[in-house]
Write a protein that binds this ligand. Structure first.
Ligand code: UDP
Length: 238
């Protein structure tokens, strides 16, 4: 299929979205731009757009086969992909296997505590409010999603965790935590959207504990590009 890139619909922090000739399909174009801390820290990670695009597509096509519906239609080139047009459910869905980041800060615990079972939490996607933590009752009260949709989203999120944890373990990587976004198709079907990449996950080397994700950028740890390239080598073999 040939997807004609038409007008730009949206530009976010890490991606641009373009219309196509099909109203149900859009093209996402991944940028090398990086932001952190609510957009206050800005930078560029050379090669990130191409790596995130290809890694996310690789993982989503496998998830699709494992029974998790996704927005993926077709990879177009190294940094662009045709995806189903969705309306994004305004919840960031965070799954954790170990303590880190905002969890450690909020509860005053060290990073790396291994949980007996994964946890799930939601943040309300709202830039003006700085994406506050929200519980499912409040999400339903605000009509951000229905109970059925929240149930579906949680089930998919844990399925994604099981798959990702296993896949990464085979590459010598610990999956600490990650963020997912879901979208709704015109008929109401919930599908996994956005991306799965070192921008949205915490990856630690199984042997050394070395961070192989965006924390290298957030925390000025150096060798940011190298971490993205290493994850690309391990997962995509390139
Ligand atoms: N995350 C993300 N986007 C956000 C917030 C978090 O992709 O806007 C990811 C982050 O990379 C990590 C996980 O979600 O893998 C959990 O992040 P956390 O809540 O600990 O927040 P952070 O420490 O990144 O502020």
């Amino acid at each position: 299929m040939i997807w004609n890139k038409q007008e730009q619909l949206y530009e976010g922090k890490a991606k641009k979205v373009f219309a196509t000739q099909d109203p149900q399909v859009v093209i996402v174009s991944y940028k090398d731009d990086a932001t952190a801390f609510d957009g206050t820290k800005k930078g560029t990670i050379q090669g990130k757009g191409a790596i995130n695009n290809q890694m996310s597509n690789h993982l989503m096509s496998q998830l699709e086969q494992a029974g998790v519906p996704t927005h993926l239609v077709e990879e177009l080139n190294e940094r662009e992909t045709a995806v189903k047009r969705v309306s994004i459910v305004p919840l960031e869905v965070i799954v954790r296997n170990r303590s880190a980041g905002s969890f450690s800060k909020r509860y005053g615990v060290e990073e790396g505590i291994v949980f007996d079972a994964p946890t799930v939490e939601f943040s309300y996607k709202n830039d003006d409010l700085h994406d506050p933590l929200i519980n499912d009752y409040h999400a339903v009260a605000l009509k951000l999603a229905t109970w059925d949709e929240i149930d579906t989203i949680k089930n998919y999120a844990f399925q994604v965790n099981d798959f990702l944890k296993h896949t990464l373990a085979q590459c010598g990587v610990i999956l600490v935590d990650f963020k997912l976004e879901f979208g709704k198709l015109a008929d109401g079907t919930i599908v996994l959207a956005d991306e799965i990449s070192p921008d949205t996950c915490r990856f630690w080397d199984s042997e050394t504990g070395e961070k192989l994700d965006k924390d290298r950028f957030r925390r000025d740890l150096g060798n940011v590009e190298g971490a993205y390239q290493e994850m690309s080598r391990r997962l995509l073999g390139k």
